[in-house]
Structure formats: structure tokens, C-alpha cells
Design a protein around this ligand. Structure first.
Ligand SMILES: NC(=O)c1ccc[n+]([C@@H]2O[C@H](COP(=O)([O-])OP(=O)(O)OC[C@H]3O[C@@H](n4cnc5c(N)ncnc54)[C@H](OP(=O)(O)O)[C@@H]3O)[C@@H](O)[C@H]2O)c1
Length: 334
């Protein structure tokens, strides 16, 4: 089997988990790694793995040199959530002849929030004959691509409601940090309003992917400010036990309407110690559908897998900027 050659662009928590998982895939091989964190420069990528190994791939802080000198098929970019920040990284990978798969949330459906940037990336991708796609567990699958796919057996869809209920204490530390774990409620509001913590990014991208997929013209798509969830008892988290009165995570809601009617509702809960984890999709349609993933999908493992499994889809796809619903559904690759 000819292996797809991958460059890991961003060696934070997701980049290293993705890299470690790629090591066990027969169809993929890592040929380079880049990160700007000074401590990482020159390290063997395998030193960042949970089970340390020697990969022979040294982390560089010079992406231009790496991209010029290395023969590769695809860059996996896990540097940031925001399209304006990742745009130049994407363009330089495209110019070097690489496809791009990224966990950047705003890339999952960039056409509404950043139409000009999306246009620019799409034009470069078509010119260079490569594909760009944003993916991950959410956005990228659970609250957009999966509900859209679930409408396949429906003759008519009136509305869709998706709920993700997740125990944030089981997620990586950067995630627990961005949902406000350990803050006072006042610090939470302050840090959210100053964008020091982001909360969940991507609910509007998910809404727009669903609406576009179903050819729904929306009157409005609204994301409400995230609300902190407050500990009622001492609660274990990745940052230790959180005392009652402090934040253990958040609730985020977004919805979309047409003619005063709610077509899409997304409810995202991520806090430590939730009573029951699940992912639920309710489609009011013909026929109605109610799907519940008991136990929910682990967000970090799911993101690693979605990213890796999307790589062959991106390599095979026609050139351009794609969203997940434009690619054949990825499957677990060997
Ligand atoms: N779609 C989804 O479902 C999904 C799921 C999981 C994660 N994500 C997103 O994926 C991104 C990565 O997550 P993470 O937990 O791995 O974050 P992280 O630990 O902060 O990793 C990001 C890494 O990229 C590095 N970096 C930043 N700018 C760079 C640049 N210009 N060139 C090279 N390296 C650069 C960072 O270095 P510094 O530390 O020096 O900045 C850091 O090492 C986040 O934005 C996260 O929200 C999305």
C-alpha cells in the first residue's frame, strides 16, 4: 500500500495525539513536524507521545524550509481555532503542493463568517490542485455532519435538535481551560468577554453546515453567550478538585430560525461530572428520527480519528475548499 505522507503542523495536544495515532496506521506516514514553541524545536516528535518512541522526525520552527524541502501529500494543521490566524499556514501548505486537513473550528464551515478568506483559500486550492477541509469531532461531525447524514432516510425535515452532553473532566487540559474550569463566575464572564478563554467554538459553523446541506434559507442564526456551570459539591477535574461556587464548565446554545420558526437548535454542555454523557439528535420530519449515542463520543479520541480518517478523503477529493458534508463520509482507515 502506498503510504500518504503527512506533515504535522502544530505539535500541541491534538497534534501530538494525531501523530501518535498515525504511527499505528499502515496507510499513513509522518514526514515532518512544525511548531513555534521554542522548547519543541529539534525534539524528536516521538518524545511528545504518551508512549515515547524514536520517530526520526525532528520538530522544526521553520515551516517554509520544511515545506520546500520535504515531499509530502498533506498537512494536518492543529494550531488555532480561528481562520484569520490559520489562513497563511493553509496558503503556504497549498503553495507547497500539500492538501490540508485541519482541526481549526472556523474552517469547518468558513463561508458565512469569513466569506472572503474562504474564497481566497478556495481559489488557491483550485489553482494548486489540492483540497482543504476543516474537521474534528465538533464542529466537523457530531453536531453537523452526523445530523445531516441522518436526514438521508427522511422525505421531509421540519427541524433538527442536537444535544451534546459531555464530562469535560475527561478531556485534554487546553479544553478544560477554555470552558473555564476552576474560575469564579465573575472571572468566567470577564475572560469570555475579553476572549481570554473561548468556550466552545463552532456552533454557528455547525448550523451553517446543516442549513446549507438542507438548502434552508435562514432568517437568523444566533449563538447565545456561554453560561458557566457552577460546582454544587467538590468536583474532580484535570486541574484538581474544584470547590463549590466555582466554575466546572459551561453550557452553549445556538439556534436558527425561518419565518419565526426554529429550524435548528444546538445545545452543548461540557462540565465536570455530568450525570450522563450522550450525543442526541432529534429530527422532526417524515419519518421522525431520534438517535442517541449512549456514553457520548470522547471528544479528543474522536477528533484524532476524524482528522486521520479524513486524510484519504481530502487526498482523493477534487481540488478546492470543502466542508465535511461535501466529502464521502470518512471511515476508520487501516
Ligand atoms: N474541531 C474539533 O472538533 C476540535 C477538536 C479538538 C481541538 N480543536 C482545535 O484544534 C486546535 C488545537 O488544539 P490543541 O488542544 O492541540 O491546542 P494547543 O495544545 O494549544 O496546540 C496548538 C499548538 O500549535 C502551536 N502553534 C500556534 N501557532 C503556530 C504557528 N503559527 N506555527 C506552528 N505552530 C503553532 C502552539 O504553540 P504555542 O503553544 O507556542 O502557541 C501549540 O503548540 C485548537 O484550536 C482546538 O480548539 C478542534
Amino acid at each position: 500500500m502506498k503510504k500518504i505522507k503527512v506533515i504535522i503542523y502544530g505539535c500541541g495536544v491534538m497534534g501530538r495525539k494525531i501523530a501518535e495515532a498515525i504511527q499505528s496506521k499502515n496507510s499513513l506516514v509522518i514526514v515532518g513536524a512544525v511548531d513555534i514553541l521554542p522548547e519543541l524545536t529539534g525534539l524528536d516528535l516521538g518524545q511528545l507521545f504518551e508512549k515515547q518512541v524514536d520517530t526520526g522526525v525532528k520538530i522544526t520552527n521553520n515551516p517554509d524550509k520544511l515545506l520546500t524541502e520535504t515531499e509530502a501529500d498533506v498537512a494536518v494543521i492543529t494550531t488555532t481555532s480561528y481562520l484569520p490566524d490559520v489562513k497563511d499556514q493553509i496558503l503556504s501548505c497549498l503553495k507547497a503542493g500539500l492538501n490540508v486537513v485541519s482541526t481549526c473550528e472556523e474552517l469547518s464551515y468558513p463561508w458565512k463568517r469569513h466569506p472572503q478568506l474562504a474564497q481566497e483559500i478556495d481559489a488557491e486550492a483550485r489553482q494548486s490542485g489540492q483540497t482543504v477541509v476543516g474537521t474534528g469531532i465538533n464542529p466537523g461531525f457530531l453536531m453537523d455532519f452526523l445530523p445531516l447524514t441522518l436526514t438521508s432516510p427522511c422525505l421531509k425535515v421540519n427541524s433538527i435538535k442536537v444535544t451534546r452532553m459531555m464530562n469535560s473532566a475527561r478531556r485534554r487540559l487546553p479544553f478544560q481551560k477554555k470552558v473555564g474550569t476552576g474560575l469564579t463566575p465573575e472571572e468566567f464572564q470577564e475572560k469570555i468577554s475579553q476572549k481570554i478563554i473561548t468556550g466552545h467554538v463552532g456552533l454557528l459553523e455547525s448550523i451553517n453546515m446543516i442549513a446549507t446541506g438542507l438548502h434552508w434559507e435562514l432568517d437568523e442564526a444566533v449563538e447565545l453567550p456561554p453560561e458557566p456551570v457552577i460546582a454544587e459539591r467538590p468536583t474532580p477535574t484535570g486541574f484538581g478538585e474544584i470547590e463549590p461556587g466555582k466554575v466546572i464548565g459551561l453550557k452553549s446554545v445556538a439556534y436558527a430560525t425561518q419565518n419565526g420558526r426554529r429550524l435548528i437548535t444546538l445545545e452543548f454542555y461540557a462540565y465536570a461530572g455530568v450525570a450522563e454523557e450522550y450525543d442526541e439528535i432529534i429530527i422532526d420530519g417524515q419519518p421522525p428520527l431520534h438517535e442517541k449515542i449512549i456514553g457520548g463520543v470522547h471528544g479528543d479520541i474522536g477528533t484524532v480519528a476524524m482528522t486521520i480518517n479524513a486524510i484519504p478523503r481530502a487526498v482523493e477529493a477534487l481540488p478546492g475548499l470543502k466542508v465535511m458534508s461535501e466529502l464521502p463520509p470518512p471511515v476508520a482507515i487501516p
